[in-house]
Design a protein around this ligand. Sequence first.
Ligand code: GSH
Length: 212
Amino acid sequence: MTIRLYTYPTPNGRKASIMLEETGLPYTVQVVDIERGDQRQPEFLALNPNNKIPVIVDPERGRTVFESGAILFYLAERSGVLQPATDAERGTTLQWVLFQAAHVGPTLGQVWNWKIFADETLPPVIARFEREADRVLRVLDGRLAGNVYLAGDRYGIADVMTWPWIQVVEPALKLDLAPYRHLRRWFDTIAARPAVQHGAAVPELPQRDAAA
Ligand SMILES: N[C@@H](CCC(=O)N[C@@H](CS)C(=O)NCC(=O)O)C(=O)O
């Protein structure tokens, strides 16, 4: 009764696959082709009414979880891996997880949409979201200037939550990471983890380019 991961090769999907690799929990992968519209099919909406990947189903515990932050906390508790050790660490972890969900993902997602995907080029809109992206990246850089990892001196859920979005900053969003040198140091350190490398490659799509 292994965990089923419903995902697609995007930053939000990779958070869950990296976390599963970190925990060592056995899992199987169900590709939800969000470019084809699989996420709006009734079977998927029964798992996540918000029509977004990632989702996990854990038959052994009778649990279905959507929203990547909730998935990461669930998997940490389920496995005992990357679980915050103290109340203070838990609070700080939650804070940076929510910062990712409220600011990092939505802002970089808007840059992606307006700069890369949109049929129409709207320079003021692109400039607005690039300015906001710079602000958000500076917040992360400032945090990492005084801390090895986002929640402090231990690698944890907040890092798993944020890393896949920083991974796309240069190749997909065509923004330069060089000005954020502490963020760059953090990114490179985490990129060297085998679980991150394995998780970031999930799911492999046969004969098609990944979304990012
Ligand atoms: N806040 C959500 C965001 C998930 C999300 O935006 N997923 C995107 C892919 S990166 C998606 O499934 N989009 C399909 C759609 O909106 O129809 C989370 O962290 O899980």
